[in-house]
Design a binder for this molecule. Structure first.
Ligand SMILES: [Zn+2]
Length: 251
């Protein structure tokens, strides 16, 4: 028997003269891979989905509802302007261009790759800043379809933001009012606006914009807390903000 695993979703089995194709009962929500992998896998998946449909094995025309092509993660790396080339991993120690002997190298952004030796070990980042800061930085740094420029300062900002937000949410407010004022109505308006915009952005996979919505609301919420709060309004904002943060990072 011949068995072809087309990808994680579709397996083609040829047994004597019988052909069996196993596919999911429904098409999948999102197909998400890097550019060069995406294109080929999508061709296979679409071809076999249509074959299986023509054989009467299922009724849908396309294997996926949405295609998302991920951007690359880039980082600055030594570059030789004489040779128009980046230094390879083996040459990094001496910081010299092997082709022309140039030591006057500039820093230029390039996709992370093992051959350049400019990859970042997630383990080190997680140990230093925690997995939540690393995750927050990646989601805030770029929307999934754009390229991300890796920067230590960016991870550092994410770490500080998470730490400050944790303090904002965990320490009790100092000034508590009894009567509702325009400030309370305003923060409730900002909260509802944030929930709507965040939800719309997440549906569109515009994750960076969604994270931005949370950063802006967190800043407004911080001002509200400093200026004095109504307990009920404060607790409502706090609970909903934590819920909104949940898919992005754990505060
Ligand atoms: Zn060179």
């Amino acid at each position: 028997m011949l068995e072809y695993k087309i990808n994680n979703y579709i397996t083609l089995k040829l047994e004597d003269e019988t052909t069996q194709i196993y596919v999911n009962d429904e098409n999948l929500g999102i197909f998400c891979k890097k550019l060069f992998i995406n294109v080929m896998h999508l061709i296979y998946a679409r071809f076999f989905t249509k074959v299986a449909r023509d054989l009467g094995l299922h009724k849908f025309d396309e294997p996926f509802q949405t295609l998302l092509t991920q951007g690359m993660i880039n980082k600055t790396h030594p570059f030789c302007t004489n040779c128009n080339a980046f230094l390879m991993k083996a040459d990094l120690e001496q910081m010299i261009c092997r082709k022309c002997g140039n030591t006057d190298l500039i820093q230029k952004s390039v996709k992370m790759s093992k051959s350049y030796g400019n990859t970042v070990n997630p383990g080190e980042i997680i140990e230093r800043y925690g997995a939540d800061a690393a995750r927050f930085f990646i989601l805030f740094g770029a929307s999934p379809s754009s390229g991300l420029e890796w920067s230590e300062e960016g991870v550092d900002y994410a770490y500080k933001f998470i730490k400050n937000t944790f303090i904002l949410l965990s320490e009790p407010p100092k000034i508590i009012h009894k009567n509702l004022s325009i400030r309370d109505t305003l923060i409730q308006y900002y909260l509802n606006k944030t929930i709507k915009e965040f939800t719309d952005n997440m549906k569109k996979l515009a994750i960076r914009n969604a994270v931005n919505n949370l950063i802006q609301f967190t800043s407004e919420f911080g001002k509200y807390k400093n200026e004095g709060i109504i307990e009920e309004v404060f607790e409502d904002c706090k609970e909903k903000l934590i819920l909104l943060f949940h898919p992005i990072t754990l505060i």
